[in-house]
Design a binder for this molecule. Structure first.
Ligand SMILES: [Zn+2]
Length: 272
């Protein structure tokens, strides 16, 4: 079953692949992620925080499981505009107990698909803006501690060392697989599934869900090949592939007009 992984699990440094299909597995995974997030008293959770190398995250700024109407799902998100900047304290469910001030854009415009396959745009301010930036960073393998200056790094260094030590001990005891094995699993995972720990390359895609339009069948197979890429590819090559995936519409439920709108806009992720 899914669980939140802690720093320095390699999933947290993984540049995630775009979602190409919104199927029942994704719906179930999203539901499970909300429950994990509520249990941990968080307001946001990215897929790689539960060991899934895919571009989506969930958000509920109320952190209240009763307020389901506040739940938001961001699939293949792109921050298309950033405005001004502001510093505020941040934490992360994958580095519990570590907090630090991070400077981020005050406002962002984010574009993402929701669970119905609808392309949605949000103008986010304040906490919403910060959460969107924090979670989108996760999908690029980036953590809030990466932004800290030398002085701030010093203040969290001891806590991070404890996380590192705990994690490496779990690996040497065999409770957690070695990084090279975890990365192999991330590389070969064909799509989000709640029971991903049991997932092996032998489990093919579930074709019973959402038939793939014929025109895209070939592209579909090409993508699968990429997913099965052998481990050990360089980070640069890795990211180059993901750039191709960026801003791709997920397969199911995407309306024609959304696809057009998407092509027209073709947002570029601004560097901070
Ligand atoms: Zn986080």
């Amino acid at each position: 079953m899914l669980q939140i992984v802690n720093y320095p699990h390699p999933a947290l440094r993984y540049a995630s692949r775009a979602i190409t299909e919104i199927d029942n597995d994704l719906h179930a995974t999203v539901r499970t992620m909300f429950e994990l997030m509520y249990a941990a008293k968080g307001i946001g959770l990215a897929a790689n925080q539960v060991g899934l190398p895919f571009r989506f995250f969930v958000l509920n700024l109320s952190a209240d499981p009763e307020q389901k109407d506040q739940e938001l799902v961001f699939i293949n998100p792109e921050i298309v505009k950033r405005h001004s900047s502001i510093e505020d304290e941040e934490g992360c469910l994958s580095i519990p107990g570590v907090y630090a001030k991070v400077r981020r854009a005050r406002k962002v415009k984010v574009r993402a698909y929701d669970l119905t396959g609808e392309l949605v745009e949000h103008d986010a301010n304040e906490l919403f803006s910060r959460a969107v930036q924090h979670e989108t960073d996760h999908l690029d393998g980036k953590l809030f501690i990466d932004y800290l200056d030398a002085t701030a790094q010093q203040t969290v260094a001891d806590k991070l060392r404890v996380f590192e030590l705990t994690y490496r001990q779990a690996q040497s005891s065999g409770a957690v697989p070695a990084d090279v094995e975890l990365i192999r699993r991330l590389d070969s995972m064909p799509r989000p599934m709640v029971n991903n720990s049991e997932l092996s390359a032998a489990d093919g895609p579930d074709d019973s869900a959402n038939p793939v339009p014929e025109a895209r069948e070939q592209e579909h197979h090409a993508e699968r090949d990429d997913y099965n890429r052998a481990p050990g590819a360089s980070e640069e090559e890795h990211r180059a592939e993901h750039d191709d995936y960026a801003n791709r519409a997920p397969r199911s439920g995407v309306k024609e007009r959304d696809a057009e709108r998407d092509d027209g806009a073709n947002p570029v992720l601004e560097s901070s």
